[in-house]
Structures are given as C-alpha cells and as structure tokens.
Write a protein that binds this ligand. Structure first.
Ligand SMILES: Cc1ncc(COP(=O)(O)O)c(C=O)c1O
Length: 445
C-alpha cells in the first residue's frame, strides 16, 4: 500500500534515505515519523503526542523547541553564517571555549571543537598519541578501551569501542594495538542496585594485567564512558573509576572520559567526572552541548596537555587536526544559548534533585514479568528484560514499539530499555513514562 504520510511524502518515497542504525526495510514498511517537538513532547505525522523519554538521543537536555536557542541561531545566521577556524578566528568561538572552561572539571580548560561525539573521540585519541610524541614518548600509541563501550562510529571510536555489531562487519579495518577491559555489567552480583553497584571495583585491576602484557611504555590512553549509555546503561561500580585513575597515573597513561551522554547535567553535575570526583586528562562531549539543536562536539583537554604542544617554532602549527566546521559560528551561538538556558533554569544540577524520585519510579518496574534488572543513576534509568529463546532483542524491541504506539518514546539496545528524559521532566511525566512502560511490559509475551 502506498499511503500518503505527509503532503509531500508517501510510503513509496522512503527509499532514498539510507537510515543510520535502523532496520531500513522494517522501518520503511511501517514508518514512525516525527514532525514537531516542543518541551517534553514530539508529535507524529498523524498528530499523535509522544512523551520524549530519551531526550531525542540523549541530547535534548533542556527540552525541545527552546526559543532562546532558535533566536540565537537565527541571529548568528543573519550576522555571519560561516567563518573558518583555520588560521582565522571569530569571537564567539573564544567566548564559548571560555564559558565551557568555567564549568569544566579542574584543569580541563582547553577546548577543541568538533561536530559530533564520534569526531570528539577520534580527536581525543589523536591528541593522546601526539601528546606523548611531543613529550618524547612517541612509542606510546596503544589504546585500552572496554567491552560494550560505545565511542561512536569513526575508525578510532569503533576500535576502542566494544559493541560487537558495530565491529564485526568491518573486519580487521580497525586501529591496530587496541585492547579492551571487561565491562562492568554483572547482573548476578548487582541486580537491582540503586545507584552505583557495590560489587566490581576490582575489575579496574584488569588494567594492570593489560599493562603487564603490553608494557606501559606502549600505551597512550585508556578510554571509558563514566556511565555507558548506548550499550545499555552500564554503571561503574563504587571505586572503579578512581582505581582506573590511580593505575593510569602510576604508569603515565592518559585517562579519557567519554562524556558524550553524561555531559551537561545528565547525572546532576555538569559532567560525570565531577559527580564521581575523578578527573580525566581528556574529556569528549557533544549532544547536550547545543541541546541537540545543531551538530557540535567539544574535547576538553587538560591545560598540561595543551601546554605540551605549545613548543617549537612560533609559526608552527602545533596540532595538524581540525574540521571545516570546527567552532562553526552558528553552532557556537546555539551552544552559548544552551548554556544560558542550563544556567538560568539550574538544569546542570536538576538531575540530582530529581534522582531519588526517578530512582523510586524506575525501581517500581521490579517484579514485572521478564524483568531481570533495573538500573539507575542521575536521570538515567534502564530495565533489563530476559531475552526470548533464540530471538535476542525482540522482546525489548516490541516494548519500544508498543510504548511508541502509546505515546511514549524509550530507547532499546539489545535486551535493555533505556530512559534518559530531558532534564526539565516533571513528576507527572515521570509517572506517565514509567506507567506506560510497566503496562506494556505486563502485556508482552
Ligand atoms: C559515549 C558516546 N560516545 C560517542 C558517541 C557518538 O556520538 P555521535 O553519534 O554524535 O557521533 C555517542 C553517541 O551516542 C556516545 O554515547
């Protein structure tokens, strides 16, 4: 059937767009199209209201349709649409870097702009290797990532990442010299933990084993997400991140936190590193930086790292890296307006205030059929479902679909249903989100 979806689009017109991370044929046979967004909600092409339980893709932290951001973007477009950042500058880029430095973890006040989380990750990996070279330790080129880590889809991020489907199709076209720590999800020991799990800090000691295998002198950096989101909400056991930090310090290895989803208030502080009191050497961000309104990422580097590059002849370019759209003026305007909204409405800490209520709400899902774990931290929640025999992921996907039919958007990865609503969420909406999810879980087989 060739149904009319919008005045300009019918079912037959969906072929040209090769959709990312999507079952294209399944989707195009039964599309789910969003056309409008405001506050906590989306609206579909057929006019249905959908509560956004995932802040788009973990990025719309201040809610949708923020007038302040629209106005800043419109104004910037009319004043100066584009300007290069290679051997040229524009004031708004410096202004934004200064603003970010003010909310950064201690010392991480040198900012490199990118256009996405993937680019931020590849940038941080390159900075790590070039930093060691600048210090005369050019043999430090290895990276240690973690199983089930997600660091985007560039060759660097894919290589240090640990999600098998994101890797296996690309064979050995990966960075060489990458090893992985075990992930920290252990349902047997930690099921239904409220907040950070008690068990598992010792998993950080695996880093010592990998260092013994490869030798510290070959390792540039360790990269982990403080909390993994895309791989199904995996929390760091209490003490785990501190232990990683200690081991990295002992062996002169850089620690990179990928804060693409935890950054900008998701867990009740501007960055997870502040919430967990562990400061990395490099921090990758994107998403919430512009409230998802325009593509932009930023790598926060410790001043010590930046300073190591600032040597050699005055006229020499210190880092041969950058993007045409690094510090794009319109994205900078969006980011500055976003930071204003966050500051005005206290959104970078609101998740901490909401966390107890959120925790109780998501843990009310315990005991429902097929539920084998519930996890939470800040304004992140996850429900783990028992897989159907021989049909991995289908139960959780069905939950996602049925929630959407009932006007609630959640996110499915494998057997996990993840929730990460905009930080403006109110109690009634938390109730609606969790109650809808509960009613769907009760019904599915
Ligand atoms: C931790 C982490 N790193 C990197 C990325 C990649 O970001 P992008 O999709 O903007 O390239 C993501 C995206 O979800 C992420 O969660």
């Amino acid at each position: 059937m060739n149904a009319q979806l919008t005045p300009a689009l019918s079912n037959g017109d969906l072929d040209a767009f090769w959709m990312p991370f999507t079952a294209n044929r399944q989707f195009k046979a039964n599309p789910r199209l969003l056309t409008r967004a405001e506050g906590m909600h989306y609206w579909t092409t057929d006019g249905r209201e959908v509560l956004d339980g995932v802040a788009g893709l973990w990025c719309v932290n201040a809610g949708h349709g923020r007038r302040e951001i629209t106005e800043a973007v419109t104004k910037q477009l009319s004043v100066m649409d584009y300007a290069p950042a290679f051997q040229m500058g524009h004031p708004i880029a410096f202004e934004l870097a200064n603003r970010l430095a003010k909310i950064a973890p201690p010392g991480l006040d040198r900012i490199f702009f990118t256009n996405s989380g993937s680019e931020s990750v590849d940038t941080a990996l390159k900075i790590a290797v070039a930093y060691h070279r600048a210090r005369g330790a050019g043999q430090r080129t290895r990276f240690i990532g973690r199983e089930r880590g997600y660091h985007g889809v560039g060759f660097g991020g894919m290589s240090v990442g640990g999600m098998v489907n994101n890797r296996k199709y690309f064979g050995s076209s990966m960075l060489q010299g990458v090893d992985h720590l075990s992930h920290t999800l252990d349902i047997e020991h930690n099921a239904y933990s409220r907040g950070l799990p008690q068990w598992g800090a010792h998993l950080a000691n695996e880093l010592e084993r990998l260092i013994a295998l490869h030798d510290a002198s070959t390792i540039a950096a360790v990269i982990v997400e403080p909390i993994s989101g895309s791989a199904g909400v995996i929390l760091p056991p209490i003490g785990y991140l501190k232990r990683l930090r200690e081991i990295c310090d002992k062996h002169d290895i850089l620690l990179i936190f990928d804060e693409v989803i935890t950054g900008f208030g998701r867990i009740g502080k501007p960055f997870a590193s502040q919430a967990f009191d562990v400061t990395p050497d490099l921090m990758t961000t994107a998403k919430g930086l512009t409230n998802g309104a325009l593509p932009m990422g930023a790598v926060f580097a410790h001043r010590r790292i930046y300073d190591a590059f600032m040597q050699g002849p005055e006229g020499a370019i210190e880092l041969f890296h950058g993007y045409t759209y690094s510090a794009h003026p319109v994205s900078c305007a969006a980011a500055l307006a976003t930071l204003d909204v966050y500051a005005k409405e206290g959104l970078l800490t609101r998740a901490a205030t909401l966390a107890p209520e959120w925790e109780n709400a998501v843990h009310s899902l315990r005991g429902l059929p097929h539920v084998i774990d519930v996890r939470n931290y800040g304004l992140i929640g996850a429900v783990e479902l028992e897989p159907r025999a021989g049909k991995p992921g289908t139960r959780a996907f069905e939950v996602f679909l049925k929630c959407f039919e009932r006007g609630v958007m959640v996110r499915q990865t494998g057997e996990t249903i993840a929730m990460s609503p905009p930080l403006i969420i109110e109690s009634k909406q938390i109730e609606r989100l969790v109650e809808t999810l509960a009613s769907v879980i009760r019904e599915i087989s």
